[in-house]
Structures are given as structure tokens and as C-alpha cells.
Ligand binder design. Structure first.
Ligand code: SAH
Length: 221
């Protein structure tokens, strides 16, 4: 585990964060590495100060530009699905948002690449990564539907916005025997699934029913 990131952030929330971890355990998250990543990343640091007191409730919160930071249980569940994918060191995330999920991934994997289509969100996530001293993360402002060819193939890909289908570029940029975790479906509720690649075959497992903001095309300020 990397050095405690909450030091010097001006809010003592270690105890509240441990309570959040206890709740995740009750909800069935049992991977120790994932639990300690959640315990070490200061979620309040990723939201506006006015709602920082809600940061350790198990709920989604607004991050501006009509986007949300995912509920901690869903972040933990998706992360656990990646950890359980086997030998994973290089991960691509689509939908950086505020960067909370990115920071969790950075605790667990050697190299984390993350793409965000809204420039202002990408910029503030970049600032947060710097303030937290996370050096194994690379962020990009762009359309995640296209993936990030330069660093492919990835061992795992996590998409934190809902799509009708898995974008074909993402499928191409995943290594054989890799795993994609993505919410599929568009209106209302979606199926959070993990897809395991075996050559040209894909094996799908349903993880949970979820509600994510949609995966959109193109970029925005
Ligand atoms: N993991 C994020 C969740 C943010 S919500 C967090 O912890 O905060 C989903 C994010 O996906 C939004 O910020 C949205 O702008 C972004 N998004 C939607 N479509 C995208 C696309 N095509 N490429 C990159 N990001 C996208």
C-alpha cells in the first residue's frame, strides 16, 4: 500500500472511512486489497467541499457537468472484478470523472490509463492525481470509445459509463484472456457485467444491476 494519502488534507476521516469499509464487507466485498484501497483513498477530496460530509455515505454524488461519482459499493465491486481477473498490471479506465475510481485503481495496479470526454473534469482530476502524488496514472482528455491505442494491449478495461454495446476499439485493445467490466444497456437500469476474452470468444457474467450516466461520443468542454 502506498503512503497514507489523507495526510495533510485537512480533514480527519480515517474513522468514517473504516465504517464505509465495514459496510462494504457487509455488502459482500471480500477482497482485502480492494478494501484497503478504499480505506486509503480520501473520497471527500474528490467532491465539492459543500458535500464533503456526504463522501462516506454509500451513494453516488454530483461532480459537476451533470456527472456523478459512483457509489462506493459499485466502485469496490468493479475494482474487485478487475483484481480477480488474474495477472493484471495495466488497466484502462473510460470515464475518469472526478478521478476517485482512478485513484483506487492506482493503489492496486502498476499502470493506470484513464480517459475523460469533459475537459474541465479531466483537468481537475489531473490536479487531484498530482496533489495525491499518484505517479502511476496517466490521464487523457478525449473520447473513450476510441480507447488509447498507444498503450494497448491492456490486461483489463473498466468503463464507468453505460453503453449499448462494448465499443469495438476497446475489445481490440484488450489482451487475450483479459477482462472488461462495463454497464450495458441505456435507459433506466443497466447490467453491470464482466466480459472475459478467450481469443475471439467472450464470456459474460452479470455482476449487479446499476444506474450509470451514458457513455457519449465526442468531447465537450
Ligand atoms: N469513475 C468516475 C465516474 C464518473 S461518471 C468517478 O469515479 O468519478 C462517468 C464519466 O464518464 C463522466 O465523467 C462522463 O463525462 C464520462 N464519459 C462519458 N462518455 C465518455 C466517453 N466516450 N469517453 C470518456 N469519458 C466519458
Amino acid at each position: 500500500m502506498r503512503a497514507s494519502m489523507s495526510q495533510g488534507l485537512g480533514m480527519t476521516s480515517d474513522r468514517t472511512r473504516r465504517k464505509l469499509v465495514d459496510r462494504l464487507v457487509e455488502q459482500g466485498i471480500d477482497n482485502e486489497e480492494v478494501l484497503s484501497a478504499v480505506e486509503s483513498v480520501p473520497r471527500h477530496f474528490f467532491v465539492e467541499e459543500s458535500i464533503a460530509h456526504l463522501a462516506y455515505e454509500d451513494r453516488a454524488l454530483p461532480i459537476g457537468k451533470r456527472q456523478t461519482i459512483s457509489q462506493p459499493y459499485i466502485v469496490a465491486l468493479m475494482t474487485q472484478a478487475l483484481v480477480q481477473a488474474g495477472e493484471v498490471s495495466k488497466v484502462l479506465e473510460i470515464g475518469t470523472g472526478c478521478g476517485y475510481q482512478t485513484a483506487i485503481l492506482a493503489q492496486l495496479f502498476d499502470n493506470v490509463y484513464s480517459i475523460e470526454r469533459i475537459e474541465s473534469l479531466s483537468l481537475s482530476a489531473r490536479r487531484r492525481m498530482r496533489q495525491l502524488g499518484l505517479q502511476n496514472v496517466r490521464l487523457r482528455f478525449g473520447d473513450g470509445n476510441l480507447g488509447w491505442e498507444e498503450h494497448a494491449p491492456y490486461d483489463a478495461i473498466i468503463v464507468t459509463a453505460a453503453a449499448h454495446d462494448v465499443p469495438s476499439q476497446l475489445k481490440c485493445q484488450l489482451r487475450d484472456s483479459g477482462r472488461i467490466v462495463i454497464p450495458l444497456g441505456r435507459d433506466g437500469y443497466q447490467d453491470l457485467v464482466s466480459l472475459d476474452r478467450k481469443g475471439s470468444e467472450w464470456q459474460q457474467t452479470l455482476l449487479e444491476t446499476v444506474t450509470f450516466v451514458p457513455l457519449l461520443a465526442g468531447t465537450s468542454q
